[in-house]
Design a protein around this ligand. Structure first.
Ligand code: KG4
Ligand code: ZN
Length: 338
């Protein structure tokens, strides 16, 4: 029997819908919300309003692209959390109404599990999938974690940030360089023309597999403040080198603990996921270490790094196979454990 799933993602500022059939992606539609740019970050109330406006056109686009009729959808899946409550409510309510009107099962999905499971989206020419157990470095705007993945739906966080996420470190530092939100991709772009060895920033000394990024942001702030006293155009004159040096520091911090984790657990299948896994420096660093340490590295294609609904649908597919459905009284959760 074939299974067609409509996935919905609305945890932050992207409204997304995707159709997945038996693990193969038929379509993936996303509406980005540009309204937040001028505020330098996501404004929760504006995000939930924009989700309300976007959700029906986005679902419509996903169904049309997939060439699938509403009656052919076997289950609807949505992000239950973690995320912004008002944003999550839109996807959750839409899914409840859709499930009720079609009399089909509903599947709740954990956003972070979904980021990791993008590695299992099937495609005709894909032959390599991570083997369990593997390690995944999950780095996004809200999370930085090393996850020990035992099975599709059995994961354990073995290390995580005690303060800011890696994406936040990129975005907050970018703001100090007068770059618009989200600054991560812009730092990445600028880094390509800069010298990563030019400036040195302090790295945290944390035990075990945990991360910390708030100190880096503060040392970057103080460094810029001191340099601007000497040269008021310091940022403009050194932007690419600043970006490259900052990016290198963030990647070094991420890689150090990932290498430690692979040694601790004796695991050589290493994946990356989440918005920051789009970073070209991080992608190169993973490949370099893979060669050096005989890892098999799994790097998602760009379209699956930042928030999307294909990841929700693939997670739901594995839950569907286990008949893990939810009821109509389900509520979204801003915070949610694995
Ligand atoms: O996974 P995601 O789309 O949303 C969350 O769940 O947080 O991640 C968004 C984060 C933002 O902080 C953004 O700046 C960062 O991913 N990001 C990048 C790049 N592309 C996106 N950071 C560094 N380099 C990139 N190329
Ligand atoms: Zn995300």
């Amino acid at each position: 029997m074939s299974i067609t799933i409509l996935g919905i993602e609305s945890s932050c500022d992207d409204t997304a819908a995707a159709v997945l059939k038996d693990g193969y992606l038929l379509s993936s539609a996303i509406a980005n919300q540009l309204v937040h740019e001028k505020y330098g970050g996501v404004v929760p109330e504006l995000a939930s309003r924009a989700h309300q406006q976007n959700i029906i056109p986005v679902v419509d686009a996903a169904l049309k692209d997939a060439n699938v009729a509403i009656k052919d959808i076997d289950a609807i899946a949505f992000t239950r959390g973690p995320g912004l409550l008002g944003s999550l409510l839109v996807g959750t309510s839409f899914s409840k109404a859709f499930a009720l009107s079609r009399n089909i099962p509903m599947v709740e999905v954990h956003h972070l599990q979904a980021h990791i499971l993008v590695h299992f989206i099937k495609s005709e020419n894909k032959i390599d999938y991570p083997e369990f157990p593997f390690l995944c470095l999950l780095v996004s705007g809200g999370h930085s974690q090393i996850v020990f993945v035992k099975d599709y739906l059995d994961m354990e966080i073995v290390g995580q940030t005690i303060d800011d996420a890696a994406g936040e470190a990129f975005d907050k530092s970018a703001k100090l360089l007068n770059l618009p939100y989200p600054g991560g991709p812009l730092i990445d772009k600028l880094s390509k023309e800069g010298d990563p060895m030019r400036f040195k920033f302090n790295k945290p000394r944390l035990p075990e597999l945990n991360y910390s990024f708030s100190g880096l942001k503060t040392s970057f702030l103080y460094f810029l403040r001191d340099q601007l006293k000497i040269d008021k155009d310091f940022i403009e004159n050194n932007k690419a080198d600043l970006a490259a040096s900052l990016q290198k520091t963030i990647i070094d911090i991420l890689m150090e603990k990932l290498i430690l984790a692979s040694e601790k657990y004796a695991i050589k299948h290493i994946a990356i996921a989440g918005g920051v896994s789009a970073n070209s420096g991080l992608r190169n660093a993973i490949q370099t270490e893979a060669l050096r340490r005989d890892w098999k590295a799994f790097i998602p294609s760009f379209k699956f790094t930042t928030d999307n609904a294909a990841m929700i649908a693939i997670t739901a597919y594995h839950k569907y196979l286990k008949k893990e459905f939810c009821k109509q009284d389900i509520v979204p959760l801003a915070r949610m454990n694995f």
